[in-house]
Design a protein around this ligand. Structure first.
Ligand code: CP
Length: 344
């Protein structure tokens, strides 16, 4: 694997390798010193042309936990506002020493274009491109789901997939890169996927996806899902009106207190169905405030798992690709006096 651009191109073997590596990486978070030397001397650039809290900060934390140097670049306040192109921006950052570029961009396909362009030798990691894909979000969701699924089944975590798990993805599928990346990865891992949305928030061609489509959230809950993934209503990507009112959307497609109670009533002595949200949550729109508080711990688990998954991805992409390094320069004689070695 040279880049991580999408989950649609990820084999089952590669996906499980990332998840298993992330499980190993998660142990670092509980150490007194939360660091590994794996990427010492390597430089990761976070190149964000869209806003982010979780993804950018957790890529930064992941890089630092692997001892990489990190440069943070935001489109706002940069020379992009003066018309500098993506090609010139990336080549500038590579000249400063970047080995990997973690990019979030408003244009679908931007990460693939960068990886395929020949503009850079950096590894490219897609941190969200338009409405297309957000692969590390789907991987952290899969890590979270796999832990819950293994708890229920008593199966070992390492090497296990999500075969037989029923997952509902609910809400603004049309604008969601999280939904697309999850559909491909969940199917690769053997889960059954249902989508729940108003017809106006489903993409053209959804009938060709390997999913079951539901228009009624209540009827979809009758299928006894093992997990429900709520999506944010992406008002910033909506040029027009996609549903009559927010109240109507919440009533029909939101995780209301009543629907949360239905999920909690399915407690089987081990757990209730898992509820995930990629964040940020719109309380009172796709999820009631009480439901949001009730699932907040799981949502924070997703965030913590994001650091482990991003450590795994950076480690797998960068640690094996180190070019032959020249010998370290010898110190000038004048530096000998700072030596801590014992003298005769
Ligand atoms: N889930 C997610 O991508 O969140 P951010 O936009 O805060 O990075």
């Amino acid at each position: 694997m040279r880049h991580l651009l999408s989950t649609s191109a990820l084999s089952r073997e590669d996906a499980l390798n990332i998840l298993d590596t992330a499980e190993e990486m998660s142990g670092v978070a509980t150490r007194h010193v939360k660091k590994l030397p794996t990427l010492r001397g390597r430089t990761v650039v976070n190149l964000f042309f869209e806003d982010s809290t979780r993804t950018r900060i957790s890529f930064e934390a992941a890089s630092k936990r692997l001892s990489a140097d990190v440069m943070n670049f935001s489109g706002k306040g940069s020379s992009v506002s003066k018309g500098e192109s993506l090609k010139d921006t990336v080549q500038t950052l590579e000249s400063i020493g970047a080995d990997a570029v973690v990019m979030r961009h408003w244009a679908s396909g931007a990460a693939a274009q960068l990886a395929d362009s020949g503009w850079t030798d950096c590894a490219v990691i897609n941190a969200g491109d338009g409405t297309h894909e957000h692969p590390t979000q789907a991987l952290l969701d899969a890590l979270t789901l796999r832990r819950g699924w293994a708890d229920r089944s008593g199966e070992a975590l390492r090497g296990s997939d999500l075969a037989g798990m029923k997952v509902l993805i609910v809400g603004d599928i049309l604008h969601s890169r999280v939904a697309r990346s999850n559909v491909w990865l969940l199917r690769t891992l053997g889960a059954e996927v249902g989508l729940v949305a108003p017809p106006t928030l489903l993409p053209v061609g959804v009938e060709t996806w390997p999913v079951t489509v539901h228009y009624s959230f209540d009827e979809a809950l009758d299928t006894a899902p093992d997990a429900v993934m709520m999506l944010r209503v992406q008002a910033e990507r909506m040029g027009g009106s996609f549903f009559p009112t927010v109240a109507e959307y919440t009533r029909r497609w939101g995780l209301t207190d009543e629907r949360m109670a239905r999920l909690e009533a399915r407690f089987d002595g081990v757990s209730t169905p898992m509820v995930l949200h990629p964040g940020p949550m719109n309380r009172g729109v796709e999820i009631s405030s009480a439901a949001a508080d009730s699932v907040q711990n799981r949502v924070l688990d997703q965030v913590a798992n994001g650091v482990s998954v991003r450590m795994a991805v950076l480690h797998l992409l960068l640690s094996g690709s180190r070019a032959a390094e020249p010998a370290a320069p010898s110190l000038p004689h004048s530096a000998d006096r700072f030596s801590t070695g014992s003298s005769a």
